[in-house]
Design a binder for this molecule. Structure first.
Ligand SMILES: NC(=O)c1ccc[n+]([C@@H]2O[C@H](COP(=O)([O-])OP(=O)(O)OC[C@H]3O[C@@H](n4cnc5c(N)ncnc54)[C@H](OP(=O)(O)O)[C@@H]3O)[C@@H](O)[C@H]2O)c1
Length: 509
């Protein structure tokens, strides 16, 4: 392939920060990124982007500027057929995203984007998954602040629940902080306004799809690993059974201790010590408060209709269908083992996201924006007003010109994960037994839209370019199931995004 990486929409507000981040890894030792294309509809704007991002007066031969326009599919096909991977920064994705996905799938090129629009992501899955599998094109949306910190943050959180403990419900509290003001660019605002306006289409799309397996089943709590089942069969404990119901799990625990005594080889003992929990234990939780004070972390939280929870749900659905994760194109034995053991340790939980602040007054801007977008986003004149005066309707949160560089540099985020669960999985089977354990973890990082998003997107790109053989051949997937078992979390940590365990407590229920 002529080009390793294409940054499409490189001249956009977010695109230019993605270029700046990618340049840090271009042609550095051990980086798989050797050739880079800045693509978009306006070559002179792309050249200005490069000057801004690289602070160099001459363009190195490893960087090309290529004109490609959404309204000219042949320009996309031509470029993507020579490229390994496209990072799509052209949004709103509902308006401009499909031709890019379509051209990537057609040419077998891989695709990542920074979309935070559930309808676009789910529509692409419906329309392009099968063809992407056939063509060997890996299509992964939401590889920015939406929704990698939520996906990897939740996985990091779930790993803290050491067997036999299991999480039941995890609530994420997103706190945006800054010494100056927190400002978002118009592109994100426009995507949000159009998302609210088209909420019904998302519901229709979901209704039109066949039901998929879900990690939610009040009877089934635990699917033993196939190794475990094989051991049961080997030692004469009946036929293969999965999923098991509540009654069976109690007897399974008896089997486990008996079996451990019988099993002579180490491998068999190992597979019994960590049985896989692939369903969420306990009954479905109540919807919970829309607005609440979470004393444990000292924050007020307001429920957020975020893309994160829908993306996380898609990852858990894919995991339920593929309990060992998604096989790579050509994995080594070691990689297969690593992937299987990563996903075997993953325990799904009910998940929701709240926007949070130290004081309830800190959420006033969110409430104002939410009310206006919710009301005015429903009709065309209202949308026109919203898009004409973004700053007015969001109390200065979103601006046509976006944040200043100082505003970008001074902002940061903290995403707290407060998880409730059971210190022993068998407790979940005791009628209405309340969770008796709490784990709090946190992901922190710099400004979300133009610092964290480029870091995350570029690291996903480097993982994909560097270890393509250990990732699925093709298909449309959420990011967690594709990157969860890779070294993405370590890479993010090396680049300024941290994952921390804050506390772990067991209390009497
Ligand atoms: N996941 C996250 O956390 C996250 C963070 C930041 C942004 N985003 C999303 O990223 C998207 C972009 O946001 P932004 O603020 O960067 O918007 P923006 O500044 O308006 O940038 C849009 C880009 O799209 C390009 N474009 C528009 N029409 C095109 C066409 N016909 N052909 C080729 N390129 C075209 C623009 O090119 P020109 O420069 O030539 O106009 C520009 O490069 C939004 O959907 C936003 O929600 C997500």
């Amino acid at each position: 392939m002529e080009y390793d990486l294409v940054i499409f929409g490189a001249s956009g507000f977010t695109g230019k920060y993605v270029v700046r981040e990618a340049l840090k890894f271009l042609n550095t030792p051990s980086s798989p990124l050797k050739t880079l294309v800045l693509a978009g509809r306006n070559p002179s704007k792309l050249a200005q982007t490069l000057t801004w991002a690289s602070s160099q007066s001459t363009t190195p031969s490893s960087i090309s500027i290529i004109k490609a326009d959404i309204s000219d599919p042949s320009s996309l096909l031509n470029l993507f057929s020579k490229s390994k991977l496209v990072l799509n920064c052209v949004g709103p994705f509902r308006l401009y995203g499909e031709p890019v996905v379509s051209a990537c799938v057609e040419t077998g090129c891989d695709y990542l984007d920074i979309c935070g629009e559930p309808e676009f992501m789910e529509k692409m899955e419906v329309r392009y998954h099968d063809k992407a599998v056939e063509k060997g094109s890996l299509v992964v949306s939401a590889c920015g602040f939406d929704s990698i910190p939520a996906e990897l943050g939740l996985m990091f959180h779930c790993k803290q629940w050491v067997p036999p403990s299991v999480p039941y419900k995890v609530e994420a509290y997103l706190s945006l902080e800054s010494e100056k003001s927190i400002v978002g660019n118009f592109g994100t605002y426009e995507s949000a306004v159009l998302g609210v306006a088209n909420m019904e289409k998302l519901m229709e799309l979901r209704k039109s799809r066949p039901n998929r397996a879900r990690p939610l089943n009040k009877d089934a709590i635990w699917i033993p690993s196939m190794d475990y089942v094989d051991q049961l069969v080997k030692y004469g404990y009946g036929k293969k059974m999965a999923p098991v119901n509540m009654t069976t799990i109690v007897s399974m625990n008896i089997f486990q201790s008996e079996l451990r005594m019988k099993a002579s080889d180490e491998a068999a003992a190992d597979c019994m010590v960590s049985p896989r929990v692939s369903h969420i234990p306990g009954p479905r939780p109540s919807k919970g408060a829309t607005f609440e004070h979470q004393k444990k972390i000292g924050l007020w939280g307001l429920k957020l209709p975020s893309a994160d929870s829908t993306v996380v749900r898609r990852t858990f659905v894919t995991l339920t269908e593929n309990p060992d994760g998604l096989p790579g194109v050509n994995e080594s034995e070691e990689e297969i083992e690593k992937r299987k053991s990563f996903w075997a340790s993953m325990k799904p939980a009910h998940f929701g996201v709240k926007i949070a602040s130290k004081s309830p007054f800190g959420l006033i801007r969110v409430i104002i924006a939410g009310i206006f977008i919710g009301l005015f986003g429903q009709f065309s004149f209202g949308r026109w007003l919203l898009l004409k005066f973004p700053s007015l309707f969001t109390a200065g949160w979103f601006k046509k010109k976006g944040p200043t560089e100082e505003e970008v540099e001074s902002a940061f985020f903290k995403m707290w994960f407060v998880g409730q669960g059971y210190s022993d999985v068998t407790l979940a089977s005791e009628g209405n037994r309340k969770p008796d354990m709490e784990v709090i973890t946190r992901v922190t990082g710099p400004e979300i839209g133009y610092v964290t998003t480029p870091i995350v997107l570029v690291q996903c790109a480097l993982v994909l370019l560097g270890r393509r053989n250990s990732l699925p051949k093709g298909g449309v997937y959420p990011p967690g199931i594709v990157f969860g078992a890779t070294d993405l979390q370590e890479r993010l940590q090396e680049n300024g995004i941290s994952f921390d365990l804050i506390s772990k407590n067991t209390y009497s229920a």
